[in-house]
Design a protein around this ligand. Structure first.
Ligand SMILES: [Zn+2]
Length: 143
């Protein structure tokens, strides 16, 4: 078990047992994934629905007063969907664990729930398999 080293808030590094340093300082990493444990899946969706419910109900009512009331704290209220991103990201970050795949040896590093500790698993093939990447190893744009 190795503790994640957070040198700076946005730059995380995890030293693999093979010597490779897994860095996490940008988006869309092909060797990183989020893990939602089945035991908290219902809680996750309940929390997301809880955030979305006032907006959906206000929108369904078609009543601008209700919409204004539901999202009165947002100015202008039209950016309510943008404002939702914060709470939903927060729920996501709280419920998801992170997994990294070492691009050198293929070890899978899984974050222990609610901690900064990671546990490693060695692949049968003992090689990097790009198991967390989209389209089996090819990191590409979908458009
Ligand atoms: Zn490694």
């Amino acid at each position: 078990m190795i503790e994640r080293q957070a040198d700076e808030p946005q730059i995380s590094k995890l030293g693999c047992k093979c010597g490779h340093v897994i860095t996490d300082q940008t988006d869309s990493l092909p060797y990183k994934a989020s893990l939602l444990r089945d035991e908290v899946e219902n809680e996750f969706w309940d929390e997301v629905h809880c955030e979305l419910k006032p907006l959906v109900e206000a929108a369904e009512s078609g009543d601008k007063a209700a919409i204004a009331e539901a999202f009165g704290k947002f100015a202008p209220w039209i950016s309510a969907t943008d404002e939702l991103q914060g709470p939903i990201s927060s729920i996501y970050n709280h419920r998801m664990s992170t997994a990294y795949e070492c691009q050198n040896c293929g070890r899978l590093w899984v974050q222990k729930d609610a901690s900064d500790k990671f546990v490693s698993y060695v692949p049968e093939e003992e090689a990097y398999g790009a198991i967390l990447a989209v389209a089996s190893g090819e990191s590409e744009n979908r458009d």
